[in-house]
Design a binder for this molecule. Structure first.
Ligand SMILES: *Cc1c(COP(=O)(O)O)cnc(C)c1O
Length: 448
C-alpha cells in the first residue's frame, strides 16, 4: 500500500482543493504545465516517439489475426479504430441548456463504439495482451515477426497460450477488453472486479469463459488482490493498470490515428487553430496515454483536459498535490462512489500522474446527475448513446468559458476570441457500445 498523505495540509493551503473536497463542480488549472519544448527531452526518456511507433507497428502485425477472430473489424482491416464525428446539434443543445458558450466546432471521438470491447480499453487493454502473447510466442520460437499473425488463431497456438494465465483488476471495461482478447488467443483469464463493476459486465465476461472474482471493496483492492494472486503463479501475467507502460502505449497510438482523421476532414491544427481535448479519467491510463500521444504530435497547439466525477477526482488530486499514487479521495472526505463506474478509482496511477504533470492543462469535475443529463442530450440531439462514465467529457466544453480559472487559462495561453472560434474541441467518448438494450433504457430514464 502507498503511504498515507496529509490531505488537511492541501485543503488549508488551496482554495480549489477545498472546493474539490466539498465535491463542488470545478475547473482546476494545472500549475505544473510547461511549454512542450521544455519537457520534450525528459519525457522521451520515459516514453519516446520510437516506443509509440513500435506499438503502432505491433498492432499492424496483429491486424490479420484480429480480422480473422473478429469479423466486425473487417471494415478497418483488423485495426481497432473509432469514428470522429461532428456533433453540431449537441453543441447547440449544451449551449442552450447550460447557458454556456462553446466556441469553434465540437466533435465526438467515438471510442464508445470501438470494436471488440466497446470502450477506450480496446486500445490499451488489447494492446498489452497482444504484446504479451507476441513476447511468449517469439521467445518459444513459435512465431517470427515477419510471419502472418493470422496463424495465432490456429489450434496449436491456442494450446500453447492455454498454458498461461492473464489476470487483471478492473472496474469493468478493462476486464472486458483483456478478457475478450485473452480468451480469443486461448489464454486462461481471471478478472478481479471491484464492487463498482456493473452486473452486466460480469455476466458478459463469464459468458466468454472468463473467471470473474468479485470483491466487496474498491478498485485499488481488486488490483492489489489480482497482483498478489498472479505473483504466486509463474505462468501468470498481471496487467497492472496502476503502472503499466504497455497499456499507456496502446492508448498513445490513438493520437497518430486521430491526426489522420483530422487530415481527412481537412481540419488543420496549428498556432491559429488550437485543438482542445477532454477525456474522462479513472486511474489515468487511458486519458494519459491518449493525451501524451497528442502532445507529442501537436505540442503546444493541443490543450488536454481530463474530466472526473466530483465523487472521485483522484487523478486531479494526484497531480495537484504531487503526491501521485499516494493521493486517495477518501483522505479528502470524498467517498469515491459514483455512477461513472469506469472512473471509480480512489487512487490514481503513479506513472501517469508523474508523466502528465507538465503536459496536462487541467481538469473539469462533474456531478453524477449531469452525466445522465448529458447522456439524454446526446441521445436526443444526435441519436448517439454512450455510457455515463463517457459523458463526463462534456463537462469540458461546457466549463471552459464558464469558470473563471479556465477563462484565465485561455487568456494566458493566447486562446483569444478569434482563436477559440477557429478551435476544434473534442469530447472523447470512452465507452458505451456493449451496454445491453434494457440498461440503455434505464440510463435514459435516470434522473438524479
Ligand atoms: C476506464 C475508463 C475510462 C478511464 O480510463 P483510466 O485508464 O481508468 O483512466 C474512461 N471511461 C470509460 C468508459 C472507462 O471504462
Amino acid at each position: 500500500m502507498p503511504k498515507r498523505m496529509n490531505a488537511q495540509k492541501y485543503m488549508e493551503s488551496s482554495p480549489v482543493i477545498r472546493k474539490i473536497a466539498a465535491k463542488e463542480e470545478t475547473a482546476w488549472i494545472n500549475p505544473y504545465l510547461l511549454p512542450f519544448a521544455v519537457t520534450d527531452a525528459t519525457c522521451q526518456l520515459v516514453v519516446s516517439d520510437g516506443d509509440i511507433k513500435d506499438a503502432e507497428k505491433r498492432l499492424a502485425r496483429f491486424a490479420s489475426f484480429i480480422r480473422r477472430c473478429f469479423p466486425e473489424t473487417e471494415e478497418t482491416q483488423g485495426l481497432i479504430e473509432s469514428p470522429l464525428t461532428r456533433i453540431p446539434s449537441m453543441q447547440k443543445k449544451l449551449e442552450e441548456t447550460y447557458g454556456c458558450r462553446i466556441p469553434g466546432q465540437l466533435l465526438l471521438k467515438m471510442d464508445s463504439h470501438l470494436a471488440i470491447a466497446g470502450s477506450v480499453k480496446a486500445r490499451g487493454g488489447i494492446y498489452e495482451v497482444l504484446k504479451h502473447a507476441e513476447d511468449l510466442a517469439l521467445e518459444a520460437g513459435k512465431l517470427r515477426v515477419d510471419e502472418d499473425y493470422a496463424k495465432l488463431a490456429e489450434p496449436e497456438m491456442q494450446a500453447f497460450f492455454g498454458q498461461y494465465t492473464v489476470q487483471v483488476g478492473s472496474t469493468g471495461n478493462l476486464g472486458l477488453s483483456i478478457g475478450i482478447m485473452s480468451a480469443a488467443l486461448g489464454f486462461k483469464v481471471k478478472v478481479h472486479m471491484s464492487a463498482d463493476a456493473k452486473q452486466w459486465k460480469k455476466d458478459l465476461l463469464r459468458s466468454k469463459g472468463v473467471e470473474v472474482i468479485e470483491y466487496a471493496d474498491d478498485y485499488s483492492r481488486a488490483v492489489a488482490e489480482g497482483r498478489k494472486n498472479s505473483d504466486l503463479d509463474p505462468m501468470s501475467y498481471f496487467v497492472d493498470d496502476e503502472k503499466s507502460v504497455n497499456l499507456f502505449l496502446g492508448y498513445a497510438v490513438a493520437a497518430g490515428r486521430l491526426k489522420q482523421q483530422l487530415d481527412e476532414k481537412n481540419i488543420v491544427v496549428d498556432e491559429k487553430h488550437p485543438l482542445i481535448v477532454y477525456i474522462p479519467a479513472g486511474v489515468g491510463g487511458a486519458p494519459g496515454g491518449v493525451a501524451y500521444g497528442l502532445k507529442r504530435i501537436f505540442k503546444d497547439n493541443v490543450h488536454c483536459f481530463f474530466t472526473e466525477p466530483t465523487m472521485c477526482p483522484s487523478v486531479l488530486l494526484g497531480v495537484a498535490t504531487q503526491e501521485f499514487e499516494c493521493a486517495n479521495v477518501h483522505d479528502f472526505g470524498i467517498s469515491g462512489k459514483t455512477e461513472a463506474d469506469g472512473l471509480a478509482c480512489a487512487s490514481p496511477s503513479g506513472f501517469v500522474t508523474r508523466i502528465m504533470t507538465n503536459l496536462l492543462s487541467g481538469e473539469f469535475t462533474v456531478s453524477d446527475g449531469k452525466l445522465y443529463d448529458y447522456l439524454r442530450l446526446l441521445y436526443n440531439s444526435e441519436e448517439i448513446q454512450i455510457e455515463p462514465s463517457s459523458c463526463a467529457a462534456f463537462s469540458g466544453p461546457c466549463g471552459l468559458l464558464q469558470y473563471e480559472d479556465s477563462r484565465k487559462y485561455c487568456e494566458s495561453h493566447g486562446l483569444d476570441k478569434e482563436k477559440l472560434e477557429n478551435a476544434v474541441q473534442i469530447a472523447w467518448a470512452t465507452g458505451g457500445r456493449l451496454v445491453p438494450e434494457e440498461i440503455r433504457k434505464v440510463y435514459l430514464e435516470t434522473c438524479l
